[in-house]
Design a protein around this ligand. Structure first.
Ligand SMILES: Nc1ncnc2c1ncn2[C@@H]1O[C@H](COP(=O)(O)OP(=O)(O)OP(=O)(O)O)[C@@H](O)[C@H]1O
Ligand SMILES: [Zn+2]
Length: 897
């Protein structure tokens, strides 16, 4: 096998690393803690999964990350493979999400299937064997030496597939043991069966059965005999019982007969007395009929019929019925008449009442209208007086205007003209007053200045002043203005008087207007009242005439009503007469009824007599019949009395009681015999069952004996098989031990080359002994640390050789992985290690991965991988040095030499 490529993501300190591996020796170097061991671990993990880890899956995942991918490409037996493992965190724990192995024959999926494929199909070693042989971890150099011989043996056996033989032998042994178990079990069963059979045979079952059966036959005979006796007794008993029964029957019949005879005699006596009573009744009835007939004549007279017969009564009744019908008809007619007249009279009275009411109403209405007309006439007088007053006042106003300066209708305008003129005069007065005042002021001022000697105009001394002359004209002006003011005031007084007159005229004018309107209104009122009065008077007259007419009509109607009432009274009287006549008829009918009743009563009595007579006769017949029956019964009684034999019945009773006694006893005997018989049959049954069981046991035994024989031969076979596997393994192991010993000696010689040791011995039980030159044996644990490391490497090397040479087909040799193998070695032995490594390459180990700082080893490497850790991110990277770097490294080393 050869690793081709490893890709890591978040595996331990690696963030992202992709590394190719080549054939030959690859040395991995780097500082402590840079991630070298982790790189190897990743390869191991890819192959075997969690079993390759010291801790849990958690440890594989970079601290703080949630997932890890590891991919490993490798070649094995010329085929290419790739393993992918993906770990994912879910919740608190890490688990494998995918695990696949791609190979030429398809994909293997699942962590377990991949592990088994790698361990069993490819490398033929599980993770432990891998660790023991191919993957030598830091500090585990002594693992193989420290192991016990047994562990060593198992490991090497496993590697060389001898384990399989042991497994087969063990399986054969297991099978043998299983067969032994079954065999001893079956043998035990056989013994038990033999014992059971012997016990049963000792019981003489068949003899016992014969004995029981003859007992049973004897018993059956006895039972039969007793049953015959019982039958006889039963017959005797039955016969006796039937005789007794007959006798008892006769006795009871006799008793019955006597009772019946007595009854009959009594009933015949009773019937006779009944007949007597009937005869008496008939006689009584006859007497009553005679009495009634004697009364009948008088009744017929009362009813007014000649003969007291049913026909005469019927004829009389018919006449009465006819008459009654006639009278009832008449009475109905009269009653109708009464009703008709009464209602007519009432409606006439109502009509008269209504007419009188109408007349009264009309009279009232006429009185009312008359009163209204009187009232209206009084009003008319007043209105006319008002009208006269109005006309007079108007005339007075007209005469006043005759002297006035204006016509009626112009007074208002005239007064306005005067008022305007007064306003103008007033304005002129005010103006004149102002002008006059200022003129007077000027004059006064000038006079003062003048007195002081100055010009009133300019204040210059007066003498010679031009202005002094105007004073005079001013004085004139004052005078003129005063005169004008006097005139204006006179005019104002005149105008005021004139306006007063004009105002009086204006009032009169508006009064005249009011009067004209009032007159018109009053005139209309007069016309209206006159018309109303006339209409009311005419209506009054008309109403009174109508009322008079209505009263006359009412009187007539009242007379008519009275007449009709008299007619009704007449009809009522007639009804009364008819009622009386009908009552008479009723009386007559009652008398007829009396006659009829008497006749009926006589008839009824005669019928009753007839009925009683018949009854009497039938009773006579009944008595005769009973007498006949009595005769027959008496005869039968005598007959029975003669037949009865007392002695015979007594004998029968004794026989019956004896038989009953015997039956009781024989029943008890038979019961006890039956019990005995059940017992016997039960015993026979159980003996027969036991015989069957015995036969069954014999059959079982035969079968079991066959099985035991089969098992015995099987046991021999498994023993042989076990032996064969054991022999085979011992033989193969002996051969392997010999070869391994030879190879171990060769490699150790090569690796150590020390003259102190002569050879190493590996015995059949894989016990290792090192012999010194002088022949003293030494246990490997006693070697020095370096020697042990070399010894261990030699042993592994030898195993590798054995694997590659001893197994046919593709040698399952994985890359040899060494983590710091040089720790205990001095420089001389490092060179020997280099030789050893080369030697291994020689016998087919294609790839050797070594973690080492040793320069000599680095020098010997075909490939160099540098691992570094970034001190800031704490993440590791691994990279292959190219050939140039290698050459340089070599050159430097050579330079050092
Ligand atoms: N799960 C992890 N996540 C991150 N870092 C880890 C994890 N497991 C281990 N490490 C780190 O990886 C380093 C250990 O790597 P490794 O043992 O491969 O180193 P080395 O190069 O073999 O060292 P030495 O030369 O001492 O043997 C340590 O620094 C450790 O802290
Ligand atoms: Zn390390």
């Amino acid at each position: 096998m050869k690793f081709d490529r490893l890709r890591l993501r978040n595996f331990k300190p690696y963030a992202d690393t992709d590394l190719r591996f080549e054939d030959g020796v690859t040395v991995i170097h780097g500082l402590n803690g840079s991630g070298k061991s982790s790189l190897l671990e990743a390869c191991f993990f890819a192959l075997y999964g969690s079993r390759a880890l010291d801790g849990t899956l958690d440890d594989a995942v970079t601290t703080g990350a949630d997932e890890t991918d590891v991919e490993l490409w490798f070649t094995h037996a010329g085929e290419e493979f790739k393993i992918t493992r993906e770990l994912r965190r879910s919740g608190d724990s890490i688990s494998t999400r995918t695990c696949t192995l791609d190979g030429p024959d398809g994909v293997v999926e699942g962590a377990r299937d991949v592990r088994e494929f790698v361990g069993e199909d490819l490398l033929r070693m599980d993770s432990d064997s891998f660790r023991n042989c191919a993957y030598i971890r830091q500090g585990e150099v002594n693992r193989l030496i420290n192991a016990s011989p047994r562990e060593r043996r198992e490991m090497i056996d496993d590697l060389l597939q001898l384990g399989k033989l042991e497994e087969y032998r063990e399986r054969a042994s297991d099978a043998r043991l299983g067969v032994e178990d079954v065999l001893s079990d079956k043998r035990g069963g056989l013994n038990k069966l033999d014992e059971q059979i012997a016990a049963k045979e000792a019981k003489d079952l068949h003899d016992r059965l014969n004995e029981l059966e003859s007992d049973l036959a004897a018993l059956d005979d006895e039972i039969e005999r007793f049953e015959g006796n019982r039958e006889d007794a039963r017959e005797t008993k039955e016969e006796a019982e039937s005789i007794i029964e007959q006798a008892e029957e006769r006795e009871s019949e006799l008793e019955e007969l006597s009772g019946e005879i007595e009854e009959l005699e009594a009933s015949i006596r009773e019937t006779e007395s009944e007949r007597e009573a009937l005869l008496e009744e008939i006689t009584e009835l006859r007497e009553r009929i005679e009495e009634r007939e004697s009364e009948l004549e008088a009744l017929a007279d009362d009813a007014g019929i000649g003969a007291a017969t049913a026909d005469a009564v019927a004829d009389a009744r018919e006449t009465i019925d006819d008459r009654e019908a006639d009278l009832r008809e008449q009475r109905q007619e009269q009653r109708d008449e009464v009703r008709a007249r009464e209602s007519e009279a009432e409606s006439l009275a109502n009509e008269a009442r209504r007419l009188r009411e109408d007349a009264g109403e009309k009279h009232e209405r006429a009185d009312e209208l008359e009163r209204e007309a009187d009232g209206d006439e009084a009003d008319l007088e007043e209105v006319r007086a008002d009208l006269e007053e109005v006309v007079e006042e108007r005339e007075a106003i007209e005469s006043r205007f005759a002297d006035a300066p204006v016509e009626i209708g112009e007074a208002d305008a005239h007064r306005e003209t005067l008022r305007e003129e007064l306003d103008e005069v007033q304005a002129e007065i005010e103006e004149t007053v102002g002008t006059l005042a200022s003129a007077r002021d000027r004059v006064e001022e000038a006079e003062e200045l003048l007195e002081e000697g100055n010009c009133p105009e300019c204040g210059q001394p007066v003498e010679d002043s031009p202005h002094v002359d105007s004073l005079e004209s001013d004085r004139e002006r004052v005078e003129e203005l005063s005169a004008e003011l006097g005139r204006l005031n006179g005019r104002k007084a005149d105008l005021k008087a004139e306006i007063e007159d004009a105002e009086a005229l204006t009032d009169a004018e508006s009064r005249a207007q009011t009067l004209a309107e009032r007159r018109e209104m009053l005139e209309a009122r007069v016309d209206e009242l006159e018309a109303e009065i006339e209409a009311d008077r005419a209506a009054t007259e008309e109403l009174r005439e109508e009322a008079d007419e209505l009263e006359a009509e009412a009187e007539e109607t009242e007379a008519e009503a009275e007449e009709t009432e008299a007619e009704a009274e007449q009809a009522r009287n007639r009804v009364g007469e008819l009622d009386e006549e009908l009552d008479d008829l009723e009386e007559r009918r009652e008398r007829l009824d009396a006659v009829a009743d008497a006749l009926d009563a006589i008839d009824d009595d005669e019928d009753e007599i007839e009925r009683l007579r018949e009854k009497r006769e039938s009773k006579a017949e009944l008595a005769d019949e009973r007498r006949d029956r009595l005769e027959a019964l008496r005869e039968r009684r005598d007959e029975l009395r003669e037949q009865f034999d007392r002695d015979r019945v007594e004998d029968a009773r004794t026989q019956r009681d004896d038989a009953a006694d015997y039956l009781e006893k024989v029943e008890a005997k038979l019961d006890s015999l039956a019990e005995r018989r059940d017992e016997l049959t039960g015993q026979i049954g159980s003996v027969e069952k036991e015989i069957q069981e015995l036969e069954a046991l014999r059959a079982d035994r035969e079968e079991l004996a066959e099985t035991v024989a089969d098992l015995e031969s099987l046991h021999e076979e498994t023993e042989r098989l076990e032996q064969t596997y054991g022999d085979l393994r011992a033989e193969l192991r002996q051969r392997n031990v010999e070869t391994l010993e030879r190879m171990l000696n060769e490699t150790f010689d090569l690796a150590y080359g020390n003259d102190a040791y002569s050879h190493i011995e590996l015995d059949g039980e894989y016990d290792l002994t090192v012999y010194q030159k002088d022949g003293t044996p030494l246990s490997p644990e006693q070697l020095s640390g370096g020697e042990r490391a070399l010894f261990n490497l030699s042993l592994r090397c030898a195993i590798y050789r054995l694997l590659s040479e001893g197994i046919e087909g593709a040698a399952p040799t994985p890359p040899l992985i060494l983590d710091e193998p040089t720790v205990f070695l001095d420089s001389g032995h490092v060179s020997r290690l280099v030789n050893l490594v080369e030697e291994m390459r020689g016998f087919g180990v294609r790839q050797i991965l070594i973690v080492s700082h040793d320069e000599e080893l680095v020098d010997a490497a075909d490939e160099l991988v540098t691992v570094e850790k970034d001190t800031t991110t704490n993440r590791s990277t691994a990279r292959r040095e190219d050939a140039a770097t290698l050459a340089r490294a070599e050159a430097i080393l050579e330079g050092d030499d």
